[in-house]
Design a protein around this ligand. Structure first.
Ligand code: ZN
Length: 162
């Protein structure tokens, strides 16, 4: 069968940036399994996968605006070092979770300037063009239970989560 709305597709993938640097891969790890048409993946990637079948391989190039968006300088925030936990040794590039009004975000340390720290709340892949190398491994219908839950269940009977 083909990948259509409410199909469960299993994918092997490798994700690189435009410089050819590896960002993520399913190689040596579990493949990606998702329910098509439920906005589980980047929308443009789901569009490209529509109608594909087992064995199909595709390369998808996504500009930043079609992936995680452009970088936004307004998401840089300077705060005094004393506002951050004392026992953490800060380094430029380190990432941590920060809680804000609309949930938990991954933020990173963009710079340390004297007694101030510049925190970057942009998505780590904002401003990055993405190149997906995808191979379709399996396609099946979602079960009614999976559709009800909005996620894929494992091979064993029943729901495998709390
Ligand atoms: Zn479930």
């Amino acid at each position: 069968m083909k990948i259509t709305k409410n199909a469960v597709a299993t994918l092997e993938y490798t994700l690189t940036d435009d410089a050819g640097e590896l960002i993520d891969t399913s190689e040596g790890d579990t493949p990606l399994i998702y329910i098509h048409g439920t906005d589980s993946l980047i929308p443009r990637l789901e569009t490209e996968l529509d109608g594909k079948a087992v064995g199909d391989e595709l390369k998808v190039h996504l500009k930043p605006e079609d992936a995680y968006g452009e970088r936004d300088d307004e998401m840089l925030q300077t705060m005094p070092r004393t506002d951050l936990p004392e026992d953490v040794e800060l380094e430029v590039g380190m990432q941590f979770q920060a809680e804000s009004d609309d949930g938990i975000h991954i933020v990173s340390v963009a710079a340390i300037v004297g007694d101030d720290v510049v925190i970057d709340a942009n998505h780590p892949l904002a401003g990055v063009a993405l190149n997906f190398d995808v191979k379709v491994i399996e396609v099946r219908e979602a079960t009614s239970e999976e559709l009800e839950h909005g996620h894929v269940h494992g091979d064993a009977e029943g729901c495998q989560h709390d």
